[in-house]
Design a protein around this ligand. Structure first.
Ligand code: NAP
Length: 290
């Protein structure tokens, strides 16, 4: 890890609340080191009420950019000067570039989701899929599904069903997709819905560090061996939800590949340089295994 900083060192921040689960500071600082780039990446635990002040701080301090994580990805869009086309359609931002005093928002979670799911494209197209969650991660997943994978139906399940309904309305208008069905997160009612899906994506925080014993379902019948189950949660690398899906023969994926893919795209937006993705993935695996 870099051991010296200078007057010209460029600062990138991560805004979230909570923030302790994040591996992004490790990923980005190792990548800066590999690329011999004079940058540093720091995490800031910022509650929602301080979001606008934090952005003023970014401008006042001349920071080069930010990552934005839960729960701020949607709210932060209202304080930015410009949004990329993808971020505009999704309605959520996870990366900000300070372009000479102008804050420009991007969504690189989409890149991470597309890269993770591309090997399964044939299986997803024209099928029924289920997305759990209605926050920033879920919005990126829904955008990626509609634009790149084209499922016939998307079941959208969320604890606060009004939030799922509002996503349905939003994407029906923005992307003219009419295959949504929304519902409450009520096990065991959701068992049949999960089981009948070719792909299940968990975009809730359920099972994330430190609440690792939590899971969306304990019911084995929720899964089958022909399914793909993708959990955006990357800490722990294999959630309780994924372990159960795996025990029923499903093909499982945790959030680590997505984490590195979205980080690589953000890194490129800030520095103009490509991240050495294979080297960073290996360093991250080693870091986590310690
Ligand atoms: P977010 O915007 O804060 O949304 C959180 C979602 O989780 C909401 O749907 C919320 O439901 C639900 N939720 C929270 N606590 C719950 C509980 N106790 N029971 C049921 N539902 C609950 O968060 P986000 O940014 O979308 O992130 C969601 C997860 O994806 C996090 O674990 C995050 O680390 C992960 N993620 C990973 C990557 C990656 O690169 N691998 C990228 C993005 C996100 P309500 O609407 O009812 O509150």
């Amino acid at each position: 890890m870099k051991d010296s900083f200078h007057a010209n060192t460029k600062i990138i921040g991560l805004l979230g609340h909570p923030i302790k689960h994040s591996y992004s500071p490790f990923v980005q600082n190792v990548a800066f080191e590999f690329g011999k780039l004079d940058y540093v990446y720091l995490a800031f635990d910022v509650p929602s009420v301080n979001l606008e002040n934090a952005l003023n701080g970014v401008l006042a301090l001349g920071m080069k950019g930010l990552n934005v994580t839960l729960p701020h990805k949607e709210k932060i869009t209202r304080y930015l000067d410009e949004l990329s086309e993808e971020a505009t359609t999704i309605g959520a931002v996870n990366t900000i570039v300070n372009d000479q005093g102008k804050l420009i928002g991007y969504n690189t979670d989409v890149t991470g989701i597309i890269e993770t799911l591309t090997p399964f494209k044939e299986q997803i197209t024209g099928s029924t899929v289920t997305v759990l969650g209605a926050g920033g991660g879920a919005r990126a997943a829904i955008y990626a599904l509609i634009r790149h994978f084209k499922p016939e139906r998307i079941n959208l399940i969320n604890r606060t069903v009004q939030r799922a309904d509002s996503i349905q309305n939003y994407f029906s208008t923005k992307m003219r997709y009419d295959g949504f069905k929304t519902m409450d997160l009520f096990p065991p009612d959701i068992v049949e819905t999960l089981r009948s899906s070719s792909l299940i994506i968990n975009a809730t925080t359920i099972g994330m560090f430190p609440e690792m014993d939590d899971t969306i379902t304990n019911i084995e019948e929720s899964f089958s061996s022909s399914q793909i189950v993708f959990d955006l949660v990357y800490n722990p690398t294999k959630t309780k939800f994924l372990k159960l899906a795996e025990s029923q023969g499903a093909t499982i994926m945790g959030g680590l590949k997505m984490l590195v893919s979205q980080a690589a795209k953000s890194f490129e937006l800030w520095t103009g340089v490509k991240m050495p993705v294979d080297k960073i993935s290996k360093s991250l695996e080693l870091y986590i295994s310690k």
